[in-house]
Design a protein around this ligand. Structure first.
Ligand code: PSU
Ligand code: MN
Length: 308
């Protein structure tokens, strides 16, 4: 096992689980502070931790509080992240900034991966990955989540990417960056709200053990970087792709009209989609995170069993 980096503050429960080689699942916090409205955000954060526990793993929600990178959070901290007006959205480039200034930060997929790896956690559950935005050929807006996936040895369970992104360009970029994409129980790459994206996935896995074997094979060879495991939303929870397409076009048009770009782009689009769908997208979003938590707990358990 990796000794956690001394700058991190782990809860006793997470520290013990890591020392014992027991399964631990990292969870991000941008989804809480900048991805969903209150109070659904804190309800989701609590429920996802419960599901991870039910799956036999220890949840470790990650954020920076008062400048301290925290691995595992209590209820009050989740509430703070869900409600506090001054929680920065923190990707890897922003980590030293909030730490040096002693402020709060909600970590994106990229920053959560980095802190999880520094703690010795190998499995991380989220909703959706960042990627290559539509129009990136002029905006250059490509999420640092992709860069981080190429660098840091963590398996990330998501429901694919929202079609606020250019899915084809996101898949091409992941290929260039050596990032393996495994679809869970399907040959297709899922599009977050919808099971289908129209894009084939380069690889598939059907069981947690297969995913764990893949992770071990990659890292045993010293091939640095993450594993993107994409788990489609359940049929009963999905919103058909053609329905979402209209909503997403509207949200992007509204973003452009408001002149929003850079790190504000993704939070704006997520919020607008919830408004336009009258909350239907939020329901689907919560359902898919829960579904990812079940798979993530199983993968962490299978991976821990390999070295037991
Ligand atoms: N996509 C979603 N939901 C999210 C995010 C992305 O469907 O909550 C969040 C994640 O934290 C992700 C971040 O890491 O947005 C990406 O932001 P950007 O596009 O600015 O890199
Ligand atoms: Mn961006």
């Amino acid at each position: 096992m990796t000794t956690p980096h001394p700058s991190l503050r782990l809860t006793d429960e997470v520290a013990q689980a890591l020392a014992d080689g027991a399964p631990v699942v990292a969870l991000e916090s941008t989804i809480i502070s900048h991805g969903m409205p209150y109070p659904q955000n804190v309800e989701m954060a609590t429920e996802v931790e419960r599901i991870v526990r039910e799956g036999g793993a220890v949840p470790a929600t990650i954020a920076v509080l008062d400048g301290v990178p925290r691995i595992g959070l209590d209820e009050q901290s989740l509430e703070l992240l869900a409600t506090h007006p001054d929680v920065a959205k923190v990707s890897v480039r922003d980590l030293p900034y909030v730490i040096a200034r002693g402020t709060h930060g909600a970590t994106t997929v990229a920053a959560t991966m980095r802190l999880a790896a520094l703690a010795g956690i190998r499995v991380f559950v989220t909703g959706g990955l960042g990627g290559v935005h539509r129009g990136a050929e002029t905006s250059f807006d490509i999420s640092a989540d992709l860069t981080e996936l190429s660098l840091t040895d963590v398996a990330v369970v998501s429901a694919g990417v929202k079609s606020i992104l250019d899915i084809a360009l996101t898949l091409e970029t992941l290929e260039t960056l050596h990032v393996p994409v495994l679809s869970y129980g399907t040959d297709e790459f899922p599009a977050f709200f919808s099971r289908s994206s129209g894009h084939a996935s380069p690889m598939r896995a059907d069981t947690p053990e297969e995913v764990a074997a893949f992770m071990a094979a990659k890292w045993d060879l010293g091939i640095a970087g993450g594993v993107s495991l994409v788990n489609p939303i359940r049929e009963e929870d999905e919103i058909p792709a053609d329905e979402m397409d209209v909503v997403i076009r509207q949200a992007i048009a509204d973003m452009d009209a408001a002149g929003i770009h850079g790190k504000e782009a993704t939070p704006f689009l997520l919020g607008r989609i919830v408004e336009i769908t009258g909350g239907a997208s939020l329901k689907a979003n919560i359902a898919l995170v829960n579904n990812n938590a079940r798979v993530g707990a199983a993968v962490a358990t299978a991976y821990a069993a390999r070295s037991a």
